[in-house]
Structure formats: C-alpha cells, structure tokens
Design a protein around this ligand. Structure first.
Ligand code: 13P
Ligand code: ZN
Length: 272
C-alpha cells in the first residue's frame, strides 16, 4: 500500500487540513504526532527504510523503544500537508534505548521532525502508561482565542478551567479533569517538554502561555475535539469580556448537577 493511502495517514491529513481551515496554523505553527499501531506499521512496512542516521530525541523515552510515529516536519506548513504529504510529514522509529530516532519515510528534501519532538515524545511516553496504551496522539496548535486569554486571565489552572467550564454547558463534560497552564517558556526544548508532561499527568489539555495549546487523544477525532472545544470556549470568553463581562453564568452548583446527571467526575479543586 502507498503510505499516503493508509487510513492512519488519511486521518492525519484530514486533521491537518481541518485545523488549517480553523485558523490554528499560521506559517509553520503547530505540530502533530501519531503513535502507530502494529497494523499501521505492517500496512506500510514495504515503504519503510532508514533515510537518516540515528539522531538524538533530547529526552529519554524507554517505553517507546522501537515504536513508529507519524510526525510533522519542522518548518513545514500544516496548510501544505494535504498537497504533498511526503515532503511535509514523515515516519520515524525510536531506537532500542528510547534515546534516538531515525527517519524511515517522508520528510523529503532534507526535512527533520518538529522542533517540539521532545515535548511530543515525553508526553506520548507518559500518556501511553497512563492509558494502558490507548493514547495515540499528541497535538500542538496556535488557536487565537486561547492565546488572547493568556494575556488577560491569571496563568493558573483553576482560573482557566473555571472560566472555560462556564463558557458552554457541555464543556465541563469534555474536560472534567480541567486544563493546565504552562507559563511562558522558550519553545522546542526539554524544559517545556518536562513541564507539559508534568501537567499531562492530570490533564488532557494544556495551555502554553502566549503561545498555544498542547493536547492528547486516543484518536484523531478526540485530539481535534479537545483543541476545538477549548478554543471555542475561549472564543466565547473573549466575546463575553469584549461585551463588558459576565452578567450571569453557570454556577458551581449547576456544574455539580451537570456532573451528577452526565456521570462525570469534575475536578473538585476547581468547584469552590
Ligand atoms: P515546528 O515547525 O518545529 O513544528 O515548530 C512550530 C511550533 O509551533 C513550535 O512551537
Ligand atoms: Zn508552537
């Protein structure tokens, strides 16, 4: 099978195109990685061959040894993935020690994986353990309204979670555990990787102040929807603030009723 025809590659391309249309990916902004299943690897095995030397990941991810990932290229534009997947995305393999990776397909034209690879792989490593292998996606985007709010709301998990829970009735059901906030940091290194992974122990959605969002998901739909739901809540919040602020809202009591009826466990820390 041609790599670009494999269902997991098609799903990846669909997400990148939808997200471009959403306005989340100016220029090379954002990156997406997918941890392939054994079936995915088998489907494209004939096209996988070493296309680079072993290169350092920058963090250690022992439980991802020998795993394959479909990744976006650094400096490549999400907008262009649909036009030329082999130039803009690629498949990498992690080595036996979980310290290095090798390009096995794509990233044509001397491409390299996203500069956020340390954050992605450290988060994959953590979420793989926490979900018994169910989590497959780590996704970073630059959605406008979330970024705007990081200039106005306190950079605290509670402030963001509570504000965004209140912005649409069903939001608390989508992210009942809440949302984490990483203070401003230089992108692309081990430090932002460790801070994001620390927050991913509790949350599935993390905000990078003045930069964007970092989310995970078991499927492309789940990862996309986490980004979409949080960004839509932020858009409502920006509109409400622009109209002079809240005159009424969904109360803590309302949130508790919602949690009871929908049988979700809301993070108690954010309910007082
Ligand atoms: P890359 O082009 O290296 O993926 O970087 C984009 C980005 O959004 C960094 O945070
Ligand atoms: Zn970014």
């Amino acid at each position: 099978m041609k790599t670009t025809e494999a269902p997991f590659v098609q799903s990846y391309i669909r997400l990148t195109h939808d997200a471009w249309l959403k306005g989340w990916h100016e220029r090379n902004g954002g990156n997406l990685t997918y941890r392939m299943t054994d079936e995915d690897v088998a489907a494209v095995q004939e096209n996988l061959k070493p296309a680079s030397e072993w290169l350092p990941i920058g963090v250690e991810v022992k439980n991802l040894a020998n795993e394959y990932f479909l990744v976006s290229g650094t400096g490549r534009f999400m907008r262009n993935v649909i036009l030329d997947p082999a130039a803009n995305i690629g498949i990498i393999k992690v080595d036996e020690q979980g310290l290095n990776y090798q390009i096995m397909w794509g990233l044509e034209g001397a491409g390299r994986p996203t500069s956020e690879l340390p954050s992605h792989l450290l988060s994959h490593s953590l979420k793989k353990d926490l979900t018994n292998g169910a989590n497959r996606i780590i996704y970073h985007a630059h959605p406008t309204n979330i970024i705007a709010l990081t200039f106005v709301l306190p950079l605290e998990d509670k402030a963001f979670t509570r504000e965004l829970w209140e912005m649409a009735t069903e939001d608390a059901i989508v992210f009942p555990e809440g949302i984490g906030v990483v203070p401003w940091m230089v992108p692309g290194g081990a430090e932002i990787a460790r801070e994001s992974a620390r927050l991913f122990k509790k949350y599935n959605i993390v905000i990078w102040a003045h930069h964007g969002m970092f989310v995970c998901g078991k499927s492309f739909d789940e990862a996309f929807s986490n980004m979409d739901t949080a960004e839509k809540a932020a858009e409502i919040c920006v509109k409400v603030l622009s109209m002079g602020g809240k005159k009424q809202t969904i109360s803590a009591e309302n949130l508790k009723q919602l949690a009871k009826d929908f049988k979700v466990q809301l993070n108690e820390e954010f309910l007082d």
